[in-house]
Write a protein that binds this ligand. Structure first.
Ligand code: HEM
Length: 118
């Protein structure tokens, strides 16, 4: 489904407690917390590779196994990060450090993330 970036920007308020969006040149696109990694350019990025952020072993393993975030896979990840990572790794004991779950509106957030990262 095609997302609406304007709606996604409003929806991003659900993420801001833990995530900021800061461009490579330091421009602050969306102010937020540091519990989660900077989401600038996350679509197209290998999972678990934002410089300097301490990820769960599970997300690092998923990235090493080839997980690259795209418009499709990020939707089920947001809906249930631990279930997504368990399924991806085939490891029922894996755990995500992202405890938040987004029930709906993922495609709008994805459209917003892409629109600010170009
Ligand atoms: C990781 C998106 C809300 C905490 C991630 C990743 C994405 C993401 C794409 C993987 C990044 C990467 O591989 O570099 C979002 C979006 C949110 C949201 C779009 C809102 C809809 C939250 C909230 C929290 C949080 C509210 C804190 C309560 C984290 C943490 C990680 C993470 C700790 C690292 C996970 C790990 O190491 O396993 N998030 N997130 N996120 N997020 Fe979120």
């Amino acid at each position: 489904a095609e997302g609406d970036p304007a709606k996604g920007e409003r929806e991003f308020n659900k993420c801001r407690a833990c995530h900021m969006i800061v461009a490579d040149d330091g421009t602050e696109i969306f102010k937020g917390g540091r519990t989660g990694p900077n989401l600038y350019g996350v679509i197209g990025r290998t999972a678990g590779t934002e410089e300097g952020f301490r990820y769960s072993p599970a997300l690092v393993a998923a990235g090493e196994a080839g997980l690259v975030w795209d418009e499709e896979n990020i939707i089920p990840y947001l809906a249930d990060p631990t279930a997504f990572i368990r399924d991806h790794l085939g490891d029922s004991g894996a755990r995500s450090n992202m405890t938040f779950k987004l029930a709906r509106g993922g495609e709008d957030i994805v459209a917003y993330l892409i629109s600010v990262s170009e």
